[in-house]
Design a protein around this ligand. Structure first.
Ligand code: SAM
Ligand code: SF4
Ligand code: SF4
Length: 338
């Protein structure tokens, strides 16, 4: 089957699956821990089962998806995750399976993830000094444990790990060169992601965003870098190589240089809703038809309708959306997973 396309002719290529909405961190830019604030999470009975995830993924693959990323909340909190990975890997037509984690549980799980056939790993890491790391993770993280997890992952055979860094001005923007120095020459790839106004609970303000151009300049002054071409259509990271041949660094400039025109990603929430944009206000429920006996063809029709009607371009029109008087309730990052 040819990939289906949306109303701007964007094909459906990628699927992000949130396997759990709970998290063991409280990152300041995602689930800030404020006084009196408590998060409400889904009940286990509301989670899609592995069988349900597998069935839906097969249908998404029939509609054009070739790349799948498991995410959360913190995906390593989902019990028996390697079983899901093993089964997803067997889907014909699925070319790439990756996972994004905060790394806290990696030292315990890296080997079983590798044994289950996970090939690509992304670890989020926002600072290398304990004080800032503590602050960024809402005092829930342990930097030593994350670094230990990274070593375990390397030993288990994960070769080129991607590291996601979100900078918030005044909180961890001093960590740029430390992070670059640490990963340069390691074979891993560091990527700076601009802080986005996903959801409502992070109380995003544009002044807290450190634009990629600024980060690039800071890096280039100390460690000269030169632009590299994209690996594939729709790649969101702009890639740069260190001039001394010690690897590369990427920039995901979702705020300063939006890339909605090539956005080919659908997102499946833990409770089985499909979202067509990170900044969506609502998703379409697939779990109810799934649990009431819908056939594959019926489910395909629902997914197709959602994608073919898709007209999301939030980042390209951010200023307009944010100028609206009413503040829409957007889905939170921990519910659909980055
Ligand atoms: N818990 C896992 C982790 O942190 O890697 C997976 C889920 S997390 C929501 C996925 C990615 O989204 C992480 O790399 C995180 O840094 C990023 N993220 C979360 N909130 C963000 C925001 N407001 N702006 C930009 N990136 C964000
Ligand atoms: Fe948890 Fe990841 Fe969100 Fe941090 S970014 S609070 S680790 S889901
Ligand atoms: Fe894709 Fe929405 Fe982000 Fe644009 S704003 S790149 S459509 S997720």
């Amino acid at each position: 089957m040819h990939p289906i396309t949306d109303s701007f002719n964007r094909p459906l290529h990628d699927l992000r699956i949130s396997v759990i909405d709970r998290c063991n961190f409280r990152c300041t830019y995602c689930m800030p821990e404020e006084e009196g604030k408590s998060y409400t999470f889904l009940k286990k009975s509301q989670w899609l089962s592995f069988g349900e995830i597998l069935r839906l993924t097969k249908l998404f693959v029939r509609l054009g998806v070739t790349k799948v990323r498991l995410t959360g909340g913190e995906p390593l909190l989902r019990p028996q995750l390697p079983e899901l990975i093993r089964d997803l890997n067997k889907i014909p037509g699925m070319e790439d399976l990756a996972l994004t984690t905060n790394g806290a549980l990696l030292s315990k799980q890296a080997q079983s993830l590798k044994d289950a056939g996970l090939r690509r790993l992304t670890v989020s890491l926002d600072a290398l000094d304990e004080k800032t790391f503590q602050q960024m993770s809402g005092r829930r993280g342990n930097l030593f444990e994350v670094l230990k997890g990274i070593t375990t992952a390397e030993d288990a055979g994960f070769e080129s790990i991607k590291f996601n860094v979100v900078l918030q001005r005044g909180i961890n923007d001093h960590a740029i060169l430390d992070l670059v120095k640490y990963f340069k020459g390691s074979g891993h790839i560091l990527r700076f992601i601009e802080y986005m106004d996903v959801g409502n609970c992070n109380h995003w303000e544009s002044k807290e965003v450190v634009p990629s151009r600024e980060i690039l300049k800071i890096i280039n002054e100390k460690y000269p870098i030169k632009p590299l071409g994209a690996n594939y259509f729709g790649e969101v990271a702009e890639r740069y190589a260190f001039a001394d041949g010690t690897g590369e660094v990427g920039f995901i400039s979702s705020v300063s240089q939006p890339f909605c025109g090539t956005c080919t990603r659908a997102r499946l929430s833990t409770d089985g809703k499909i979202y067509t944009c990170l900044f969506a206000t609502k998703g379409t429920d697939l779990r109810t038809p799934l649990r009431s006996g819908a056939t594959d063809e019926e489910l395909i029709t629902v997914i197709k309708n959602v994608w073919q009607k898709r007209a999301d371009k939030y980042s390209e029109n951010r200023a307009l959306f944010r100028s609206l008087k009413e503040n829409p309730q957007k889905v939170e990052m921990y519910q659909i997973g980055g």
